[in-house]
Design a protein around this ligand. Structure first.
Ligand SMILES: [Zn+2]
Ligand SMILES: [Zn+2]
Length: 245
């Protein structure tokens, strides 16, 4: 195919839908690193740097004492090893995920991938691993048309290279969205059994698996997934999220 065609298509697309910053709604020029974040908003992305919590990846600010307990992970009892996150889930990072999840914003996937690529810590961490996306309930996936974590995992596997691949090992049995009337504790109890191995899924205990999700909030969804993988024989399991918040 003519190499100029994708570029032409992009230019024509931009004439019809000029790229707008998902955060401040300004027009985005051609010169920045992102197509849907203006340079001003891109500069506000709050990348996570060490030291950070080994479980959820949230940065530790100021002095780090020995044996420090992260306020986000109190009572979590993680069934996965290490957790890393790329950015804090606020401002422009939050706007990208909201666009992706709630506004059918598949076009922002390449910007989310570009944010990941700026985090050498996270890209090195996933290289060579098997990425396992946190599944949506089939009803929700039908409604949205896609599972954003699965799309993200595919992008990351390709970008990381070195044998990194995606295996959709889990399925979601319980539709937690229909349970909003339940109290928090009951929802959490239901979440514990919300996941099962996907039909035909097999695990190799010798391999490194990494759960992938868009956002780390309480960690209970990731943990429920981790427990199921652990039960199924996964011995080396970590987690990666785009944002934390
Ligand atoms: Zn902006
Ligand atoms: Zn933590």
């Amino acid at each position: 195919m003519n190499a100029a065609l994708p570029r032409l298509a992009r230019t024509l697309g931009d004439v019809v839908f000029p790229p707008v910053c998902v955060h401040c709604r300004d027009l985005v020029g051609e010169d920045g690193d992102f197509r849907h974040l203006c340079p001003g908003c891109a500069a506000q992305l709050a990348f996570v740097h060490p030291p950070h919590c080994p479980t959820c990846g949230h940065p530790y600010y100021g002095e780090v004492e020995e044996g420090r307990i992260c306020p986000h992970c109190v009572g979590l009892d993680p069934a996965f090893g290490e957790g890393r996150t790329v950015v804090l889930f606020k401002g422009p990072a939050r706007a990208l995920v909201i666009e992706l999840k709630y506004h059918r914003g598949l076009h922002v996937l390449s910007d989310i991938e570009a944010v990941f690529l700026r985090s050498a810590r996270v890209m090195e961490f996933i290289r060579g691993a098997i990425l396992v996306p946190v599944p949506l309930h089939p009803r929700k996936e039908r409604e949205r048309g896609y599972n954003q974590s699965a799309l993200l995992a595919e992008r990351l596997a390709r970008a990381a290279g070195g044998g990194t691949r995606v295996e959709a090992l889990l399925r979601r049995k319980v539709d937690t969205q229909t349970q909003t009337a339940f109290d928090r504790r009951r929802r959490r109890a239901n979440l514990k059994n919300a996941f099962a191995l996907a039909p035909g899924a097999t695990l190799n205990p010798g391999l490194h698996y990494i759960l992938v999700d868009d956002v780390f909030t309480t960690g209970s969804t990731l943990n429920a997934c981790a427990r199921e993988l652990h039960r199924s024989g996964c011995l080396r399991l970590d987690a990666v999220t785009f944002g934390h918040g």
